[in-house]
Structures are given as structure tokens and as C-alpha cells.
Design a protein around this ligand. Sequence first.
Ligand code: SF4
Length: 305
Amino acid sequence: MVDFFENKAIYGYLGVYSKENKKVQNNYIFKELEQLPVPDYSDFLWDKYPNRIILYMTGRGCSWGKCNFCSDVVLVNGRSYRSQSSKKVLSDLRELSKQVDTNIFAFTDLKLNSNVALWNNLIDELPAIVDNPIWFCAVHVDSRKKNGLDYETLRRAKHTGLTRISFGLETASQRLLDDMKKGTTVARLDRFVNDVRKAGISLRSTMFIGYRDENADDLRQTLEFLTKNQDCFERIKRCRFQIYEMTPIVEELSAAERDQVFARQLNHSYLNKDYLAYKKQIIKIVNKINSKRLNEDAIAFDGVM
Ligand code: SF4
């Protein structure tokens, strides 16, 4: 820090790079996750919180890592995906459960189903190491034939304590999903939300309005999806689409668009009457979903995710 403010060379430090100097990019990424120690929560003020929830990451990054808007993989976790072994994860969870005296876990992986073998082992083994586990995670409904999110697996996960699951819906327009490189289809998303409901798991999702070139017909499709599947969702975090520094979409913008990248209205469909009408209806249905009483089991995660 001192070197930076004194205008001295800072690229000798691990992990320091810039747009102009990318030579050391990613060198800092810690790849041998198996060497990570068991997290130490002993000084955490647990008595200040209603629940003892252990936050735990089984891996770093996302096995997909291609969504053009995603800042998580460029700014937080790094573009390469790497994970710990099932043995190490389960051993850590056993230790942590004893250390913190709890059975509640929030997995903070960007995509817990990145490593499907680990995902399946977690589901199968968790009850053997922790009594009555309760857990939360985020997944990506990707297009792999076996992405670990079929109904049978979700049902098994529910039986081993998966209480709430989160995913990125973003939009129900296939045209926009493809443009975002989201790596999924509306049909897979539809199937997933209904399977989650059938399995009795609380469903939370994110979505945004205002993606580039989004038009009234894209919003109509999203509205239809939400209307049809409103009983499947328990909470939706709806945002205005934003572009973050260093995400791939920044490179795809024209010079004029890049100039106004942080402006409130990059998407000019906001001026279209039909677009505004669909947007209003989407906000209404999302508010209706978010006013629902939470599934009793998922209350431990209220405010967490
Ligand atoms: S699936 Fe999620 S975490 Fe992975 S690249 Fe896409 S938005 Fe980012």
C-alpha cells in the first residue's frame, strides 16, 4: 500500500496486476485446496446471532465460468475452478460441527454442483457425520446431461437436510440466456424449479431486468415463466442489470456503450410502452412471491440467503 502511494513498483507483489500489466494474473491463486486448514471459528461471537450457521466453501470458482456478466468469477473466486476432495470436505464439516456445536451449514460455493461427484457424496454422507443436518447452497442449472439437479437427487438432498437452494434465473428469454452465455435452457430451468418444489425444498433465485437489447417480448416470456411457476419460488432477488469492471461483457460493448456503462439506462427499451408494462407486471409478481410466508424449515437462512 505504501509503495503504491509512493508511486513505487508494486507488480513484484503476488496477486498484483492491472489491465496494462497482466503478466502475473492468477499467479496468486491458491490451487492446493487440500492443504487448507479447518476454519477456526473459536473467536466468533455466536451468542450475538439467532443461529449458528457455518459458512463453508468446498471449492473455488465455477466449473462453467462463462456468463458474460459474472463478476464473481473475475473479481472474487478466479476463473479457474478447483475443489477439495469429498474426504477433506466431509472431515472439515465433522470437525466444524463439533467445534461450533451446530448442525446448520451454508455452502458459499458459487456453484455447489460444479463437481457432481462431490455434490453426490455430500448428499449421501452428510447425515453420517452430523446429526440432523440442515443446509443451504447455490447451484447452476447447466445443460450437462448429469448436472446433479434431477428430481431423484433433489429428493435425496432434501432427505439429508437441503432446506433452501438458490440459483440464477436471470431471465426466461432463451435469446438473452444464449447472449449471456448462461449455458442453460428455459426448458431446463422450468423442469428444475418444478422438481425443487416437488422435492419440498425452499427455492430462492436471482434475476435482472435491463440486460442489453432486452425488449418487450423478452420480458413477456419472463413474465409468463414467473406466472406459470410462481408457486415454485419462495424468494426472488430482482435487480436492475449492472455491468461490472473486468467482466467479459465490457469487452463486447461498443465504445459509445462503454462510455455510459455506469449510466442508469444502458438499455433504451426502458422508453418503450410495452416494455414498461411487462416490467411493471414482473415487479408485481416478484413482490407477490416475496410476500409469501417462508417455509418453516428455511427460516434459519432468512437474511443469510
Ligand atoms: S454459473 Fe453463476 S457463478 Fe458460474 S459463471 Fe455463471 S453466473 Fe458466474
